[in-house]
Design a protein around this ligand. Structure first.
Ligand SMILES: Nc1ncnc2c1ncn2[C@@H]1O[C@H](COP(=O)(O)OP(=O)(O)O)[C@@H](O)[C@H]1O
Ligand SMILES: [Mg+2]
Length: 230
């Protein structure tokens, strides 16, 4: 039986710049099941990051309904939303977003501090996540002492360490050369094979091919059959 973990129902997000209204997402319906590996593909400006912000509870829909792991987010106040975000979502960013002058181990342990996990356990779990990603010999390295591909693996370890329901990656290979990018995509395949739910956002059709399902977005809309609208 498939079990929905993310559900968008007629979700729109309209930015109000004060001068114009920008409809960045329009009437988007999307269901992601537990254990799925989904790619959201579209050109620059199509609404991918807006969608990631909503899926990741960093932003709220202007209208429509978003149910995350059984919880309708519109019913949550900002503190409750932040708690759901911390528990349910592991973010992976194009530019890694690691803390500078901070070791890989401390970078990965940090999200656990927000969950009140004791320091000793934080460090143990961070070490385990980094070892899983092949960085067991780089625990004490700071971001500038790591390659781009290694920094992104630290970013993935940080996303995994809280055991989130969903990994949400926005252009995770965008700053990497093709070899390092392919390694990161292979890691996603392995994580998916061990049961992780992954939503991969990309403009790159070839990267999107790594996922089991592709949803195409253009001008803030998803084509009804999942293909690019004409
Ligand atoms: N904070 C904002 N205020 C106004 N318009 C925005 C804002 N963020 C994004 N947009 C606009 O919304 C549309 C979708 O942007 P975005 O979600 O960043 O697309 P993508 O990630 O696919 O490049 C674009 O037209 C963009 O200019
Ligand atoms: Mg974007």
């Amino acid at each position: 039986m498939s079990e929905p973990i993310l559900q968008l129902e007629r979700v729109s997000r309209i930015y109000d710049t004060g001068k114009v209204l920008v409809p960045a997402l329009q009437d988007v319906d999307l269901t992601v099941d537990r254990g799925e590996f989904l790619a959201i593909v579209g050109p620059s400006g199509s609404g991918k990051s807006t969608m990631m912000h909503i899926l990741g509870c960093l932003d709220r829909p202007t209208s429509g309904r978003y149910v995350l792991d059984g919880t309708p987010v519109e019913e949550l106040d900002d503190d409750a939303l932040a708690a759901v975000r911390s528990r349910s979502i592991g973010f992976i960013f194009q530019s890694y977003n690691l803390l500078p002058r901070t070791s890989a181990l401390e970078n990965v342990a940090t999200p656990l501090a927000y969950q009140g996990v004791p320091r000793r356990e934080r460090l143990e779990r961070a070490r385990a996540a980094l070892t899983l990603l092949g960085l067991g010999d780089r625990l004490d390295h700071e971001p500038t002492e790591l390659s781009g591909g290694q920094q992104q693996r630290v970013g993935i370890a940080r996303a995994l360490v809280t055991e989130p329901a969903v990994l949400l990656a926005d252009e995770p290979t965008g700053n990497l050369d093709s070899h390092a990018g392919a390694e990161v995509i292979e890691l996603f395949r392995q994580l998916h094979a061990t049961g992780r739910t992954i939503v991969l956002i990309t403009h790159d059709l070839e990267v999107a091919e790594a996922a089991d399902r592709q949803v195409h977005i253009r001008d803030g809309r998803i084509a009804p059959d999942g293909r690019i609208a004409a």
